[in-house]
Write a protein that binds this ligand. Structure first.
Ligand SMILES: [Zn+2]
Ligand SMILES: [Zn+2]
Length: 736
């Protein structure tokens, strides 16, 4: 009897054997008994015999036919991830699937909906004039059959209008296979409209040519300063790839995968790319979608219907049978790294995937990660530079420092910065004050005995939120009412120390009582629609001063913004995390790019006690290359990535002794292997206690990826007893 080897979502690095009495192929989902439960799994192999005796093998309960089997390519990609990140195969495979496909209940198959005009539908003139959207839909369907996604691109209310048109006898649903792109073989060259409004600069054209002329796999680093028009390069590449699918020389359109760092940006980007490719099928994939939406979009990608897939890191595992190009925008962004479960870097997996599929990949950034930059300068990747701003009259902002040790500060804000903000208000321009800390103040202190608002569960401090008079721990969520007196000595005067967004907001309110101030942080944008509304306010110039965290730094274009003030960047300069300075530079460069994008020149003022630090000097001269060269020299000397390869074993638990005992045991086992890797001592994590759990870590380092992988395979951590502890192995860790 045929036997299938199934990947199941259990934390054991093995496949499970089951018998099956119908024809099954790899990639199919099956429901199987597991212990007393039943689970859904994915068939990874079909074999004739098993190591187990046949009577011990249980039969598959049900083969699910509700969705096409996963492709061999995707399974290979997932196997690679499981091997490389040393994470069990079952959870790796299952976590790549949309939630609905992980359920052991068959999904009710909602076919991908397409619409066409009914033969003999009345003339468009008989549609009421006020039915604007309905008229647009009918016009569109006159040209071709459209999917729901294509029609939604016309308007968000297309669904309602379609229902009305169906009932009124204008349109009908039809089979997905009628869509030109869904047909297997794809003999037709798919037509799409390209709104090509902007002529490319010479540099942009060179970048486009380099990618389109490369045959097969190639990794390109598109290093372009803010405003240099990276997106325009993406759009032209998309246009090219939507017409050419390189795989097997097959004619017809390809699919483009565009990875973006942040879910907040996807609606905006979706709108933008729709406007450039009005009739292409574009879907997004991110965790903000409902389960049904995500499944629907995933299936559109899987059938090849979706031409452009726009998504956050998880979309790197989307099925893309006609993949022609991958773009990773803001490739340096740390959100591409998953921080639990399968700790993959979507950027790195995307590179493997491009290589596997023999297609080009473009990594875009104004401030590339040192890893990518090093690979590009050493010739592993190809460097494509955009050095000029795409708009000729747009200038880079001037960047200056305000030395805080020589300035008068009002609750942390210098007089000079306040004056400049005042000038902008008088001119009807916007200012942004950037501080990467939400709440009112990072800690509350007793002026008498020095008591600090420590969290009782963590090694961190409780942050003061004055608005609702609470102390909150940002690590574990524990909160308290603000005490009226010192809990230790009873002294009545408790003083907030340091600045957060709320405090900056209140300083500005006191100074500029008539100004319209908007605070943008994860507290004020908790409501899904709030951020969207705020952006509209900013665009309509209904805001004078913005106060915000890194949320504001990313990819938003605010035309009236001419001043950016940066508060309190210094802590990153003496952080224990060797990547802190790299991240700070990228963040400041990004936030600086917000100033003066339109015809108004921008100014950036950074408050720091170290105005001569090379980081600020390079920032002032917009010299990323100089800064990168400096950091790379430092990293090489200190033996840090990208010159070495790292893996971090982390453990946490209620009992401190057990945490350290486990890690020390693992360390002893590692030392015994005598591999050519460097094994560090067990040390506390940077937050040594969180939510009552002690946390510690063990770092392993090697001079080559291969040596590190060989060591990790030999280490056999899964055989180490780690009861009651939460342990994880992080390959290429970003956080320390
Ligand atoms: Zn006290
Ligand atoms: Zn806490």
């Amino acid at each position: 009897m045929p036997i299938v080897r199934v990947a199941l979502d259990v934390p054991i690095s093995t496949l499970f054997d089951y018998t099956v009495d119908e024809t099954v192929v790899t990639g199919m989902r099956v429901v199987v008994p597991f212990g007393r439960r039943q689970m859904v799994g994915v068939v990874m192999e079909c074999v004739e015999s098993s190591d187990l005796s046949i009577e011990r093998i249980k039969p598959v309960m049900q083969v699910l036919h509700d969705s096409a089997p996963l492709s061999a390519k995707l399974l290979e990609l997932l196997q690679f991830c499981s091997d490389y990140y040393h994470y069990p195969i079952g959870p790796t495979v299952l976590s790549a699937l949309p939630t609905r496909l992980r359920s052991d209940k068959p999904i009710s198959v909602k076919p991908v909906l397409n619409y066409r005009l009914i033969d003999g539908a009345p003339n468009i003139d008989s549609l009421p004039k006020r039915k604007v959207i309905a008229r647009r839909i009918v016009e569109k369907l006159h040209e071709q059959i459209c999917s729901l996604a294509q029609l939604r691109a016309l308007s968000a209310t297309a669904g309602v209008q379609l229902k009305w048109l169906e009932e009124a006898g204008w349109v009908e649903q039809c089979d997905a296979s009628l869509l030109p792109l869904a047909s297997e073989g794809g003999e037709k060259i798919s037509a799409h409209t390209f709104a090509n409004a902007h002529p490319l600069t010479k540099e942009q054209q060179q970048a486009v040519d380099a990618v389109t002329q490369s045959a097969g796999y190639g990794c390109f680093l598109l290093h372009g300063i803010t405003g240099s028009g990276k997106t325009e390069v993406y759009v032209h590449l998309m246009d090219h790839m939507l017409q050419h699918c390189p795989e097997h020389g097959r004619r017809g359109g390809g699919q483009v995968l565009l990875l973006v760092p942040e879910i907040n940006l996807t609606p905006q980007l979706e709108g933008y790319f729709h406007s450039r490719f009005p009739d292409a099928v574009l879907v997004s994939l991110h965790s903000g979608l409902s389960e049904n939406q995500r499944l629907h979009n995933w299936q559109l990608a899987q059938t090849g219907c979706a031409q452009i897939v726009l998504g956050t890191r998880l979309s790197v595992f989307a099925e893309l049978p006609r993949l022609a190009l991958i773009i990773v925008d803001e490739e340096h962004d740390s959100s591409f790294k998953q921080q639990d479960g399968l700790r993959y870097s979507a950027r790195d997996v995307a590179i493997f995937r491009a290589n596997q599929s023999g297609v080009p990949i473009v990594l875009g950034s104004a401030t590339p990660s040192l890893e990518s930059y090093h690979n590009a300068t050493s010739g592993r990747y190809r460097m494509l530079k955009l050095t000029g701003r795409a708009q000729v009259d747009a200038r880079l902002p001037t960047v200056g420092c305000i030395n805080t040790s020589q300035s008068i500060l009002t609750e942390g804000i210098s007089e000079k910065l306040l004056r400049e903000v005042g000038l902008r208000i008088a001119r009807g321009e916007q200012s942004l004050l950037f501080i990467n800390r939400r709440g009112y103040a990072p800690v509350l202190m007793c002026t008498e005995c020095g008591w600090l608002s420590d969290c009782k569960n963590c090694a961190g401090k409780m942050v003061l939120h004055l608005r609702d008079r609470r102390l909150r721990c940002h690590h574990c969520g524990f909160q308290l009412r603000v005490p009226t007196a010192c809990p230790d000595c009873g002294h009545a005067e408790l003083k907030p120390v340091g600045n957060g967004t709320q405090r900056v907001e209140s300083v500005l309110q006191a100074r500029f009582p008539d100004a319209r101030i908007l605070r943008v942080d994860s507290d004020s944008t908790r409501n899904k629609r709030a951020w969207q509304k705020m952006r509209e306010q900013i665009h309509a110039n209904e805001v004078d001063i913005l106060v915000g965290t890194q949320m504001l730094a990313k990819g938003h274009d605010f035309p009236a913004l001419t001043l950016v003030g940066v508060l309190d960047p210094d802590s990153a300069l003496y952080s224990s995390d060797f990547r802190a300075a790299e991240k700070l530079f990228a963040q400041l460069m990004q936030v600086s790019g917000r100033a003066g994008r339109a015809d108004k020149p921008g100014e950036v003022l950074i408050q720091t006690a170290f105005p001569d630090h090379p980081l600020f000097r390079c920032l002032q001269s917009h010299d990323f290359d100089g800064w990168a060269a400096l950091l790379l020299a430092e990293r090489q000397m200190a033996g840090f990535p990208p010159f070495v390869f790292q893996a971090m074993l982390r453990a946490e638990g209620m009992n401190e002794g057990e945490v350290y005992a486990y890690l020390n045991l693992a360390r002893q086992a590692a030392l015994k292997l005598k591999h050519p890797v460097e094994i560090f001592s067990v040390v506390p994590a940077s937050l040594a206690r969180r939510a009552n759990h002690f946390r510690a870590q063990l770092l392993i380092q090697a001079t080559s990826r291969k040596a590190l992988q060989q060591f990790l395979r030999a280490w056999h951590l899964d055989e180490m007893p780690a009861r009651k502890l939460r342990c994880s192995l992080d390959v290429d860790p970003l956080e320390f």
